[in-house]
Design a protein around this ligand. Structure first.
Ligand code: FMN
Length: 219
């Protein structure tokens, strides 16, 4: 595929056929994804390929608490889980809100689930002492994650980045024997999508780009 076509059509695949994804194909995707940039070229990524049903079910189970919170905040008209605006949703409401009905199938029905971790002992986190949530360490792993998405698309497959189960990172670390200094960064599903979407909707450039200053002229 032509690069801009891949970039414009790498959608979040939500439903997959039963077609298995071979280890050879996964290897090829990862063998290309590994050329992603990372701070200091530290390449702190680590990938766990999950195909066993019991493990996929565990991931789906760990996703439930955060998925309920996400759904409850969304129903309240909030931007779920943001770190700026305090939530008005109480614990009882969260407990009474069901998670998305498709939550379990997200993981269980996907031919492959990739757990992508990053080694925090090699990543420079320049913003760790700022009084806001850290984002810079993510910059050393998400280019790699996105390369996997692009590679999957290029192979006629589809992928989806998920993060909801990471709220239960300690449980993921225990189940998958991940050392404590590895942060779980993404839980990706990969497979042959039932349908390849070709038209994604996104904000236009003029909505997010200004010249010279944040409040400058729109590009
Ligand atoms: C950092 C990140 C976290 C995400 N987490 C989740 C998630 O936990 N569950 C989920 O269903 N989708 C998740 N997504 C997928 C987005 O919701 C999806 O990319 C967005 O809705 C756009 O969909 P489209 O690419 O098909 O247009 C995540 C995407 C990113 C980049």
């Amino acid at each position: 595929m032509e690069l801009y076509d891949v970039m414009r059509t790498a959608f979040s695949a939500r439903e997959y056929t039963d077609e298995p994804v071979s280890d050879e194909l996964l290897y090829r995707i990862l063998d290309n994804a590994r050329f992603a940039s990372s701070g200091g070229k530290r390449q702190g990524w680590r990938v766990i390929v999950v195909k066993e049903i019991e493990s996929k079910e565990k991931i789906a189970e760990y996703a439930v608490p955060c998925a309920k919170k996400y759904a409850a905040q969304r129903l309240a008209g909030e931007n779920p889980l943001n770190t700026i605006d305090p939530s008005s949703v109480d614990e009882e409401t969260i407990q009474n809100t069901p998670p998305s009905s498709k939550l379990k199938m997200t993981y269980v029905d996907a031919p492959v689930v990739l757990i992508v971790c990053v080694d925090l002992s090699v990543v420079a986190s320049m913003d760790s002492e700022l009084r806001r949530v850290g984002v810079v360490s993510g910059a050393s792993i998400y280019p790699f994650v996105w390369n996997i998405m692009l590679g999957a698309k290029n192979e006629g497959l589809g992928g989806r980045i998920t993060t909801i189960p990471i709220a239960e990172e300690t449980k993921l670390q225990k189940h998958f024997r991940i050392p404590g200094h590895f942060a779980v960064s993404a839980i990706m599903t990969i497979g042959k999508p039932v349908k390849q979407l070709t038209k994604l909707s996104r904000k236009p450039v003029s909505e997010f780009t200004t010249m010279e200053y944040f409040d400058g002229k729109k590009l």
